[in-house]
Design a protein around this ligand. Structure first.
Ligand code: BMP
Length: 206
């Protein structure tokens, strides 16, 4: 479709469902995280999944058993996939890999603070994610050259946040190898989310 994942970081379930409606046929996935789930519970995942496939982003980062239970719970609500942190190590990722569904591993983050701890080890995380058979990596559109590097060494699909509100360019992210861009506020804060989606899809091509 459009290589677009919408980050649905809104609190109001009605708003979330309306934005999702305008994304049908345009966005490949909707990413749902803490803001919506803390307000509406996981049942919102089932509702959204009836319209657009959902990736649940709770950035799982716990011991293997607890991580496994969290991901299992997420998937029981009909999600297409989930996101886990990679820095927690291989035993956690191996335990999570048993679960059916798409598994994305955060290799490197888009905000400046990523440089403090995660970026220096992101290539190791990417290799580990490849070894355990993850479906894809999260890599930053704010540092698009890192998308290429992390994709080259892992050969994994890249989903890339940091476009728009955080300064990254959609077309640059795609040029450097992102398979999907993840976009939140540029769409969710717009008075016309559908128009914002169409504008982004157009910008991705240039
Ligand atoms: P926005 O386009 O509004 O900046 O939102 C980006 C989304 O991607 C948010 O849901 C955020 O949690 C997520 N994200 C990110 O911005 N950087 C990362 O490194 C990893 C993320 O999951």
């Amino acid at each position: 479709m459009g290589n677009l994942i919408i980050a649905l970081d809104v609190e109001d379930p009605e708003n979330a469902l309306n934005i999702t409606k305008s994304a049908i046929g345009l966005a490949d996935y909707v990413k749902v995280g803490y803001p919506l789930i803390l307000n509406s519970g996981l049942s919102i995942v089932s509702k959204i999944s009836k319209m657009v496939p959902v990736i649940v982003d709770l950035k799982i980062a716990d011991i293997p058993d607890v991580s496994f239970n969290i991901a299992n719970k997420i998937m029981s609500y009909g999600a297409a996939g989930f996101i886990a942190h990679g820095f927690v190590g291989k035993d956690v990722l191996e335990r999570l890999r048993v679960i059916k569904g798409e598994m994305y591993v955060v290799a490197e983050m888009s905000h400046p603070g990523s440089l403090d701890f995660i970026t220096p080890v992101s290539e190791k995380i990417a290799l580990m994610a490849r070894e355990i058979g993850a479906d894809g990596l999260v890599a930053p559109a704010t540092r698009p050259e890192r998308i290429k590097r992390l994709k080259d060494i892992s050969k994994l699909k890249i989903i890339s946040p940091g476009v728009g509100a955080q300064g990254g360019s959609p077309s640059e992210a795609i040029k450097w190898g992102a398979d999907y861009i993840i976009v939140g506020r540029s769409i969710t804060s717009s008075s016309n989310p559908k128009e914002a989606i169409l504008k982004l899809l157009n910008e991705m091509k240039h």
